[in-house]
Structures are given as C-alpha cells and as structure tokens.
Design a protein around this ligand. Structure first.
Ligand SMILES: [Zn+2]
Length: 124
C-alpha cells in the first residue's frame, strides 16, 4: 500500500492512505508507533484495527510492503490491539494469512519470545 503521510493537527496523527474500505493512520505512542485502521462507517477518531511497531521507519516499511486487500495484517508489528482483521481477498494468500499471536508470530511456529503467549515454546 502506498503511504502518503499527511499530518492532521486536530487528531494529532498522520493520515497514510485509504485502501480496502479503510482509512489508515499513524501516531506516536509512548514507546512505539501505532498503525490504525478506521473502516468506512466507523466514527471519525475511532479504529477497529491497530498494530504497534518499534519505530516509525519499521511501520512505514511494513505499510509499503503490505496489501490490505489480500493480507490480513502487515508484517513486523510487535503488538496487536483492536480486532483481528480479515482481508477482503484473504483466501488468495492462505500461507501469509495463517493465524498469528498478538505479537505477530505465526502460532504454529511457536517462535514468540513472550513467555505468556500462545505462540511461545519452552527452549528445552
Ligand atoms: Zn506472541
């Protein structure tokens, strides 16, 4: 998805794009950067989907590489908030759209570093 960041001072966030029936925004949080999605029909200023990234650069790179029409979520986030998203044409990429934990790791791979996570595997 091509992002053209435009800062909205009233909302204190950047509008990145409109794609797949959703308005996409970026905002600085305390220690992370948040990507949010507001589907058509949602009240302004609210969101259904949100993912946190460690830096603004990782967020913007993830957005550029992401196709929200076929991919449920972007890659590279460290925490999901909000609803679990399903892309409109998600069945075209079943490998990419496998179930992920809240930290962005595929659950069946057991590679999440968070010890209380469903996708964590003991190292022994
Ligand atoms: Zn996890």
């Amino acid at each position: 998805m091509e992002a053209n960041p435009e800062y909205l001072p009233d909302l204190e966030r950047w509008h990145l794009a409109d794609d797949a029936g959703t308005a996409w925004f970026m905002e600085s949080m305390l220690t992370t950067w948040q990507l949010t999605g507001t589907p058509d029909g949602y009240p302004a200023g609210t969101y259904a989907y949100a993912w946190h990234f460690n830096t603004m650069q990782t967020l913007l790179h993830a957005v550029e590489a992401w196709d929200p029409a076929t991919q449920d979520e972007p890659n590279g986030y460290v925490k999901r908030k909000g609803e679990r998203r399903e892309a409109p044409d998600r069945l075209t990429l079943p490998e990419y759209n496998r179930r992920r934990c809240h930290h962005g790791k595929y659950v069946e791979e057991g590679a999440c570093p968070h010890i209380a996570c469903e996708a964590w595997t003991p190292p022994f």
